[in-house]
Design a protein. Structure first.
Lengths: 109, 114
């Protein structure tokens, strides 16, 4: 089976940088994804890492270390609208996803 | 990208009844999935809806409780049968793009069982 660990809550100041970590255990691994979900909304895809290293998309970056079974999501220049829950997810094949429990990010002025 | 709609958006149902949730996609997709999410909790995959064959269920979910139909590449239904208050949750459908782990999610159906 698969299991993922990520912090339950993070608070950061507007304009700052925040890193949300995710460690995983899985019997098979194809890649690590990150999703954002605002309260009452649907999850939306942010990023995907299949290989080691950093992927950058605007203010968001995601990192993966396959040897450490570890990844993180980095959010820069935080804005109030970034307040949401962030989920890491792994796939072990056939595109089915197993999600972590989510990290609730609160951005404060 | 894909635009996904779900019906109903919310419902309140009595114990012992069944509810069928519809998921419509604006384009043909191969991969379609059904998830459950308790408010403030993670998403749990219920099953993969396969077009033309039986759905593939995850551990802990069975066809008698959650029958799924997938008559074509743009539509699927999930039925929550013989409901109990423990079935109160948000049910989401999603579609896979085939690119990495990217999935698009519908807006969800908020179900309350009394």
């Amino acid at each position: 089976g698969q299991s993922l660990e990520q912090p339950s809550e993070v608070t950061a100041v507007e304009g700052a940088i925040v890193q949300i970590n995710c460690t995983y255990q899985t019997s098979g691994f194809y890649g690590l994804s990150w999703y954002q979900q605002h309260d009452g909304g649907a999850p939306t895809f942010l990023s995907y890492n299949a290989l080691d290293g950093l992927e950058e998309t605007g203010r968001f970056s995601s990192f993966l270390s396959r040897s450490d079974s570890y990844g993180y999501l980095l959010l820069q220049e935080l804005q109030m609208k970034d307040s949401a829950s962030y989920f890491c997810a792994v796939s072990a094949g056939s595109y089915q996803l197993t999600f972590g429990k989510g990290t609730k990010l609160s951005v404060i002025p | 990208s894909a635009v996904i709609s779900q019906k109903p958006s919310r419902d309140i149902c009595q114990r012992g009844t069944s509810l069928t949730i519809q998921c419509q996609v604006d384009s043909q997709v191969t991969m379609m999935f059904w998830y459950r999410q308790q408010p403030g909790q993670s998403l749990t995959l219920i099953a993969t809806a396969n077009q033309g064959s039986e759905a593939t269920y995850e551990s802990g979910f069975v066809i008698d409780k959650f029958p799924i139909s997938r008559p074509n590449l743009t539509f699927s239904t999930l039925t929550v049968s013989n409901m109990s208050p423990e079935d109160s949750s948000i049910y989401l459908c999603s579609v896979g793009t085939g690119v990495g782990n990217e999935q698009y999610f519908g807006p969800g159906t908020r179900l309350t069982v009394t």
